[in-house]
Design a protein around this ligand. Sequence first.
Ligand SMILES: NC(=O)c1ccc[n+]([C@@H]2O[C@H](COP(=O)([O-])OP(=O)(O)OC[C@H]3O[C@@H](n4cnc5c(N)ncnc54)[C@H](OP(=O)(O)O)[C@@H]3O)[C@@H](O)[C@H]2O)c1
Length: 273
Amino acid sequence: MNIPSITLNDGNRIPQFGLGVFLMPAEETKEHVAYALANGYRHIDTAAIYGNEREVGAAIAESGIARDEIFVTTKLWNSRQTDAPAALAESLEKLGLDHVDLYLIHWPTPDFDNYLQAWHDLEQLRSDGLTRSIGVSNFHQQHLRRVIENSEVVPAVNQIEVHPSLGQFDLVDANTELGIATEAWSPLGRRADLDDQVIAGIAHRLERTPAQVILRWHIQRGLIVFPKSSSPERLRENADIFDFELTADDMRAIDALDAGNRVGPDPETFNRR
Ligand SMILES: NC(=O)c1ccc[n+]([C@@H]2O[C@H](COP(=O)([O-])OP(=O)(O)OC[C@H]3O[C@@H](n4cnc5c(N)ncnc54)[C@H](OP(=O)(O)O)[C@@H]3O)[C@@H](O)[C@H]2O)c1
């Protein structure tokens, strides 16, 4: 499988496609991650709050693949924003790794106003070699600008909800202007966008599945994606998107599906800990 990679603003490279493991029960995670790795996946996106870091780490350890060939992301949960060094140490212990490739602040949780302190801790964790790159997730423009104006390191990525019915064009443009790569979470809209008639029409013409068309739209936008699947068949289907192209008309038709529809929480009001 020929997965393209993107160079981040710190010079590190990230595979543009991978596997997300949100809502993957811990007892199933090792099996699915192992299957994905055996079938060419080299990028796993987990988080402390997903409760499956140990199983992700076990699959990596047993894969026989060299550590530096697998890109591993985990995330600092909201309740640990004043405690990032200990939180990352716990994640590394569970993953069985001495560093991750990318560590993200999971949500800004603006009511608590701790994300700037957390960012300064992440800068130190990067200096200490415990994570190669650092970034944020669910940050809006004002959160990004505040971080950038008050610290040394510009986030390497901003991981945000993006799918055809939530195109996020302004925020993706803002990320790009700031030198920040965009990762698209829930790239399939957790299935919500799979039945759309425009996507079905393009899929029919190209003899591809709706999921493949949506994932290809993300890739051609330059976004980084890691669809979650617990099915071997769909894990293979989702990765099989690097031998066809959408036309400019296809891209515009999918862009036009933007309806501002979230499947997850709004970062402005999400303050769960
Ligand atoms: N930073 C954040 O706040 C945040 C929030 C949410 C998610 N994420 C990350 O983004 C990753 C992906 O997002 P997500 O898991 O929410 O949603 P998603 O990847 O958009 O959708 C996953 C759902 O789609 C189904 N699916 C996958 N491939 C399919 C296919 N080819 N055809 C039909 N159905 C398919 C899966 O079912 P099966 O498993 O049965 O295939 C599952 O129900 C997460 O795993 C996580 O790593 C981050």
